[in-house]
Write a protein that binds this ligand. Structure first.
Ligand code: ATP
Ligand code: MG
Length: 475
């Protein structure tokens, strides 16, 4: 059952259509002309509009234009007089999905209505699906806090509410802003970001609101600002905590009136944007310190999305590692990376003061440094490795200590372990330990580690037949 609006100045036609559609189980409202229809649409958005084209007062085409501007997802079918194909074509250009020529057949009308309604429910479903997919794809992580963020985004994306995104540096605030935009009905319109901390205070106003010709020396041409550029789409005010007080007043005025005035101009230009803001600073604290306007804070703090720091979502690190490693390997023309467990472990125990951004940089560097597709712990920066190892135990030197003997013992332990892991294949054991095959063989002989394999069998690789052998000294 759908709500269908029928618009025609002829009572006979209106009533005939109503009777048929009500008989099919739809709810039908009727209007005598365009103006009345607009009023009805404002009250309750219909699922479909059937409208005559030639009507006294507001015409069918004008009604279509109103619909496509205000309710672009509501399909419409136009009813035209016999032989007026041109007006039907014009109506289709204004968004009508189909037309019926008078006098029309009831079955033909039913068919058009069914089709248009199916089209409508498909676009609804697609939009929902797209929203969910977009959010899934953009936000990596399974931590409960991230799940909650994902849910919140899906809920607020379809609205025009102002959102404040908070979180430490590098936690994904911009990723969230873009996800909200992509999941919103404004997705096909521009997303315009302004970094309030990066633009010098004296330029911020003209960057944001534009300027008229001659507004200041050097303003030879008038120029649209970023706010105007975002018209119809989303405006992302990043690092809003760094916005100078003088600009805060102007922003507040814009948020209240939704009009801008270019620098040096006196025209008021209406702008339709959805405003998202982000900051890594504590805004209530800035308000206390008199560095952020309280009224502006309440304006932008309608809905808050908090991004947790990486140290509170360590369980997501492996997924980030795989995602970033894959992304950067592909970018560098490498194959799918193979990641060592030790690589994961070192990353999972580090504190990540720079959060996800830092993690991504570290992985990009590791992919670049890795000789092949394998990511090993030794491609990680020293500070990450040091933190993973924990504080270094103070060195103690017992009486009668012999460093060579000690190192040989350690070497032997590692070589035995490597041989056990590689089922006795010396070449691979050497690789695992980062030793040359030559020096591995030398020490294996020295320690009496034999695997019962010849160098020939070794070069045949790990597929060589034979039971796994321990790497003990016996022959
Ligand atoms: N959930 C996520 N999924 C995938 N990548 C992410 C995610 N969160 C952050 N990133 C990546 O981490 C980096 C930092 O994210 P972003 O720029 O959004 O952080 P930010 O909070 O805006 O940081 P800053 O305060 O430094 O501006 C980006 O390279 C982004 O691609
Ligand atoms: Mg940012």
């Amino acid at each position: 059952m759908a709500l269908i609006l029928v618009v025609d100045d002829e009572a006979g036609i209106r009533e005939m259509i109503r009777a048929v559609l009500v008989g099919d189980g739809h709810e039908v409202v009727t209007a005598k002309g365009g103006e009345e229809a607009v009023g009805l649409i404002a009250g309750d958005t219909p699922d479909l509009v059937l409208t005559d084209l030639a009507m006294p007062g507001m015409s069918g085409v004008e009604l279509l234009r109103h619909l496509s501007e205000n309710h672009p997802d509501v399909p419409s079918i136009v009813i035209t007089a016999y032989g007026s194909k041109e007006s039907a074509v014009e109506a289709m250009r204004h968004g009508a999905v189909n037309y019926l020529e008078k006098p029309f057949d009831v079955e033909e009308m039913r068919l058009h209505v069914r089709r248009a309604l199916r089209h409508r429910s498909l676009t609804d479903e697609n939009r929902e699906l797209r929203t969910r997919l977009a959010v899934e794809r953009d936000l990596v992580g399974r931590n409960p806090a991230i799940d909650a963020v994902r849910e919140l985004i899906a809920r607020i994306a379809p609205t025009d509410s102002t959102v404040l995104i908070t979180g430490e540096s590098g936690t994904g605030k911009e990723v969230v802003a873009r996800a909200i935009h992509r999941a919103s009905p404004r997705a096909d319109q521009p997303f315009v970001g302004i970094n309030c901390a990066a633009i010098p205070a004296e330029l911020l106003e003209s960057e944001m609101f534009g300027h008229e010709r001659g507004a200041f020396t050097g303003a030879d041409l008038s120029r649209r600002g970023l706010v105007e550029t975002a018209h119809g789409g989303t405006l992302f005010l990043d690092e809003i905590g760094d916005m100078p007080m003088a600009m805060q007043v102007k922003l507040l005025r814009f948020l209240q009136e939704r009009r801008i005035r270019r620098v040096g101009g006196n025209r008021e230009i209406p702008v339709d944007v959805r405003v998202l803001t982000a900051t890594h600073q504590d805004l209530p604290e800035l308000v206390q310190a008199g560095r952020f306007r309280e009224d502006l804070y309440y304006r932008i703090h309608v809905i808050e999305v908090r991004m947790p720091p990486l140290r509170e979502r360590r369980e997501d690190i492996p997924e980030f590692v795989r995602c970033f490693a894959g992304r950067h390997a592909a970018r560098m023309g490498r194959g799918e990376p193979v990641i060592d467990p030790a690589f994961f472990e070192a990353l999972a125990s580090y504190d990540w003061p720079g959060n996800i951004r830092e993690l991504e940089n570290v992985i990009e560097r590791a992919v670049a440094l890795a000789p092949g597709d394998r990511l090993t712990a030794d491609t990680l920066p020293a500070e990450v490795l040091a933190a993973a190892r924990g504080p270094v135990a103070p060195v103690e030197i017992p009486a009668g200590f012999d460093l060579e003997v000690h190192l040989d013992e350690e070497r032997r332990r590692y070589m035995e372990a490597a041989l056990a892991l590689t089922e006795g294949v010396q070449k691979r054991a050497a690789e695992l330990l980062g030793m040359t095959f030559r020096s591995f063989r030398y020490f294996a002989k020295k320690f009496g580690l034999t695997t019962g394999r010849t160098a020939d069998q070794d070069s045949a690789g790990a597929t060589a037949a034979g039971p796994p052998r321990g790497a003990s000294g016996e022959e």
